[in-house]
Design a protein around this ligand. Structure first.
Ligand SMILES: O=C(O)CCC(=O)C(=O)O
Ligand SMILES: [Fe+2]
Length: 220
């Protein structure tokens, strides 16, 4: 237990932080699942940006493969394999996340994520300010964090800059952004090495899983 309790909070309209949403058992189970997904058929890799630089974060996808800046059925930029499906239990977890964050069972039931991005951050990794905008749906993004703490910068839909809020995301935290904040800029300017509770099952680094609704009709 943290000495100072971290209350749930609405960071921006439609953007809700629910601390300690995943218990340690669930965190360990997700870490084990991520290890399996990272084995393939599409390997976890640092995506290449159009500039030619590679991202510092390593990513593997489920349901639909994401590369900057589009989704595809096949991982053209990562060996040409076909992505694994989003397992039913993970989609179910996404429904519960939306229901809990918004305190809205109907919104949870209606939520059907068909893509997941699993990001691994080592001590030096970061993610610049961006919008999740390759999806054709305004359904919320569900974000689950495991491992080291980070600063998550959550801004506004108009500009990369201020106003934004810097939020500490810890192992087990849920963050949901939808509604007026669905297309807000956000990023991870810093990860804090060796700040995770070893109970989470990740010896170092940070894992983030985002669940999304792509709005695409075809199954990958
Ligand atoms: O790692 C995070 O908390 C955010 C990840 C993210 O923004 C993304 O995958 O698009
Ligand atoms: Fe994002």
């Amino acid at each position: 237990m943290a000495l100072i309790p971290r209350p749930r909070r609405t960071v921006a309209p439609g953007a809700v932080l629910v601390p300690n949403w995943l218990d340690p058992d669930r965190q360990r189970m997700l870490v084990a699942a991520c290890r399996e997904w990272a084995r393939g058929p599409v390997p976890m890799r640092a995506a290449r940006l159009p500039t030619g630089h590679s991202m510092s974060v390593k990513t593997v996808c489920l349901g639909w493969h994401w590369q900057p800046y589009r989704y595809s059925r096949v991982a053209f930029d990562a060996g040409g394999g076909r992505v694994l499906p989003v397992p039913q239990w993970l989609a179910q977890l996404g429904k519960r996340a939306v229901a809990d964050a918004y305190d809205d069972l109907q919104a949870g039931n209606a939520y059907q994520p068909d893509a997941a991005l699993i990001n691994f951050y080592d001590d030096a990794a970061r993610m610049g300010m961006h919008r999740d905008q390759e999806e054709r749906s305004a359904a919320p993004v569900v974000s689950l964090s495991i491992g080291d703490k980070c600063t998550f910068r959550f801004g506004n839909p108009e500009t990369r800059g201020r106003p934004y809020s810097d939020v500490e995301l810890c192992s087990g935290d849920l963050f949901v952004f939808g509604g007026p904040s669905r297309f807000a800029y956000h990023g991870v300017p810093k990860v804090f090495p060796r700040t995770a509770n070893p109970e989470c099952g990740l010896p170092s680094g940070r894992l983030n899983i985002t669940l999304r609704v792509t709005g695409f009709e075809d199954q990958p």
